[in-house]
Design a protein around this ligand. Sequence first.
Ligand code: GLN
Length: 294
Amino acid sequence: MELNNFQQIIDNTLNDIKNIEDLGQIASYIPELSHIDESKLGIHLTTVNNEHFACGDSNESFSIQSISKVISLVLAFELLGNKLWSRVGVEPSGSSFNSLVQLEYEKGIPRNPFLNAGAIVICDVLVSHLDDPKQHILDFVRRLSGNSTLTYNTSVAESERKTRYRNNSLANLMKEFGNIHNDIDTVLDVYFHLCSIEMTCKELAQTFLFLAMNGKNLLTNAVMQLCGFYDEAGEFSFKVGLPGKSGVGGGIIAIHPNQYSVAVWSPKLNKKGNSYKGIKILEVITTETGSSIF
Ligand code: GLN
């Protein structure tokens, strides 16, 4: 793969996609997220050799939301190893990120760790095994990103807490099935904080670069490939061809094993809850650079 034209490809992609009509919507179901300037657009690509290619609003912090479910998965897997899979699966759900339906007929075992239900179970594991899970998550993210000031946006966490009806239902249903071991409010507090982490595209690309490093975390990449975009995972694989993870703040991280990590940000979401322009940008980048993994 030729690296020397990456910058030009990224610049051109951003300019082209900036001008197309954005058919997405801001995630207003979390009131605190609805204040964002919806025209924001940023890209940052970091290679495993520490080369950086960036453009647009790539140095502006935003709410990474469900992207941080990759972090919590890595931490919980460190704690429980393969025992984790008795609490949460690794199958694509084919349903939306906050769906209750599957959870009922699958007896409180979420399909995968990136659904809200799955991430809530993961937070329950962190609460069971760590003295201060919120601090532990922050320490881990700060170490990976190289930025010791990264933190939670407590207004976003509080906004989610206040409008927590659906996440509360997921947690209650799983509690009834015996798959939440701790107090629900304690677990959801960790979950809402996890989702409220803020980062720039540059920091996101740096934080997740470890998933592109030689043969590491193959499991995590496999789960991202199949489950990172909810009921759009197949389409993302088909169009972009990289493992990745989205968040309702409009960010997406994608990994090219052994080559690079790339973060994009555009706040308006398509109907599946993934960044409308973010996916388009990644599709053009992997097409133009010939770097789909397939
Ligand atoms: N915090 C959001 C929620 O619980 C995360 C959803 C997402 O980013 N897909 O709904």
